[in-house]
Write a protein that binds this ligand. Structure first.
Ligand SMILES: *Cc1c(COP(=O)(O)O)cnc(C)c1O
Length: 384
């Protein structure tokens, strides 16, 4: 089942997950095999070697493609593996325009890996999309946008970026990890490639590391599928199974993440110990109107600045919760708290980091799907 006319929740449960033809098993089997027997050399059922093709992974890829209303999906062994494949579309001398508030690992890959291969990166404030055009020249090939951004929850206008990309014949890739396909579908707004850290909301249970690229463009798909198989950052069948199982409740989880996120953002906004709350659902968020236009709801990711707290005091707060766990990552059923400056964003130089608002007293919350009363109680106990 991969019919685009079904609604999101139905697709989350059924797309790609046809019953196993040999047994009728309703759950896609875990094809734990590296190779497939051939009748005579080259004569096989379409499967030769599992780096290239595995039925469990294929089922998952069909499922994620359906969630983004796309024709193609490629799953990778991590989100970074997926990004790496996109960057390998570049040649020495090519230029990339990206945001000034990015996932730390993305920034590290751009500056410490691909910059060494002669690719130039411009880190631009993309909250006003017209800034992008100032950096476009004959060498520009790719716009890499992340929205909402990590951790300051900037919102970037995907449709405006799409128009600019189209006008200048550039590829627009959107890191859709924070929103998940439930809240936002960038391909429909003009993106050419959607990237997910599947590790986060799609997997949803903090038990798998995986990435995905989703797209409609046939030519780009051929190029990326070639890199996927040639460079080999492909996920295994067990992980593919776990993610398919996780996705079956994506819509239910996202509803609760959004519900809990809103309650907590509102609680923190008026709390005397909190200086600032970053959450796109507030009407005074600078790009709230764009968030409203391109997202179905505002999600469960919230960042806060503790009023007048130094690093020690911030560490103390971060380590004092009972329900929120201090950990990297996000998007799982359990609530997490993170200190970006020393954890997820430690690879960004201090001055760059602080310019982007990632100060020492900033904490990021990934609000889980626990009972809201318990989450609020935990916050009250720690903040006072
Ligand atoms: C986690 C994350 C990544 C990297 O994905 P991995 O699965 O950890 O490799 C990229 N972008 C964003 C926004 C992320 O949160």
């Amino acid at each position: 089942m991969n019919n685009k006319n079904y609604k999101f929740g139905t697709k989350a449960i059924h797309a790609g997950a046809d019953p196993d033809p040999s047994t009728g098993a309703i759950m896609t089997p875990i094809f734990q095999t590296s190779t497939y027997v051939q009748e005579s050399p080259g004569k096989h059922k379409g499967y030769a070697y599992a780096r290239g093709k595995n039925p469990t992974r294929e089922a998952l890829q069909k499922n994620i493609a359906a969630l983004e209303n796309a024709t193609h999906c490629l799953c990778f062994s991590s989100g970074m593996g997926a990004m790496d494949a996109v960057l390998k579309l570049m040649r020495p001398g090519d230029e990339v325009i990206t945001g000034d508030d990015l996932y730390g690992g993305s920034y590290r890959m751009f500056t410490k890996v691909f910059a060494n291969y002669g690719i130039k990166f411009h880190f631009v404030n993309m909250t006003d999309a017209t800034n992008i055009e100032k950096y476009i020249n004959a060498n520009t090939k790719l716009i890499w946008a992340e929205t909402p951004t990590n951790p300051t929850m900037q919102i970037i206008d995907i449709e405006a970026c799409g128009k600019i990309a189209k006008k200048h014949n550039l590829i627009l890739a959107v890191d859709n990890t924070f929103a998940s396909p439930y809240l936002q579908n960038p391909l429909a707004l003009g993106a050419n490639i959607v990237m997910h850290s599947v590790t986060k909301y799609l997997g949803g249970h903090s038990d798998v590391v995986m990435g995905a690229l989703v797209l409609n463009d046939e030519k780009l798909y051929e190029q990326l599928a070639f890199i996927h198989n040639s460079c080999g950052a492909t996920p295994g069948p067990m992980d593919s199974f776990l993610v398919m199982r996780g996705i079956k409740t994506l819509h239910l989880r996202m509803e609760r993440h959004c519900f809990n996120g809103k309650k907590i953002a509102e609680f923190l906004k008026t709390h005397p110990k909190i200086e600032k709350v970053y959450w796109p659902g507030f009407t005074d968020h600078p790009n709230h109107e764009i968030a409203k236009k391109q997202m179905k709801d505002f999600g469960g990711m919230i960042s806060i600045v503790l009023k007048g707290a130094d690093l020690d005091q911030t560490f103390k707060v971060a380590s004092s919760f009972e329900v929120f766990s201090l950990a990297e990552s996000l998007g799982g059923v359990e609530s997490l708290i993170n200190h970006p400056a020393t954890m997820t964003h430690a690879s960004i130089p201090k001055d760059e980091r602080e310019k982007a608002g990632v100060v020492d007293n900033l904490l990021r919350l990934s609000v889980g799907v626990e009972d809201i009363e318990d989450l609020l109680e935990d916050l009250k106990n720690v903040l006072g």
